[in-house]
Design a protein. Structure first.
Length: 81
C-alpha cells in the first residue's frame, strides 16, 4: 500500500511541477542576467562594437575578393556567370 501511495504522490507532483519548474527557471534566469552578470561599461561596449564592425568589414572584403578572383578564373575558362 505504501508503494502505490508513493507512486501516486510522485506522479501527481511530477505533473504539477512542470509549470512551477518553468516559472522557477524564468525567474532564476532573469535574476542571473540582471544582477549576477558582468555588464560592460559604455566605453567597453563602444570598443567591442568597433572591433565587430572592423571584423565584419575585413571578412566581407575577403569574401568579395575571393568571389571576384574565382569569377575571373571561371570567365577565363569559358564559363559564363
Amino acid at each position: 500500500m505504501a508503494n502505490s501511495t508513493a507512486a501516486k504522490v510522485a506522479q501527481k507532483a511530477k505533473g504539477e511541477n512542470v509549470f512551477a519548474k518553468m516559472w522557477k527557471f524564468i525567474r532564476e534566469s532573469y535574476v542571473e542576467t540582471r544582477y549576477k552578470s558582468a555588464w560592460p561599461t559604455w566605453a567597453e561596449l563602444r570598443s567591442f562594437t568597433l572591433v565587430v564592425i572592423f571584423a565584419v568589414l575585413v571578412v566581407g572584403c575577403w569574401i568579395s575578393g575571393l568571389d571576384i578572383l574565382l569569377r575571373a578564373i571561371l570567365n577565363l575558362l569559358g564559363h559564363r556567370s
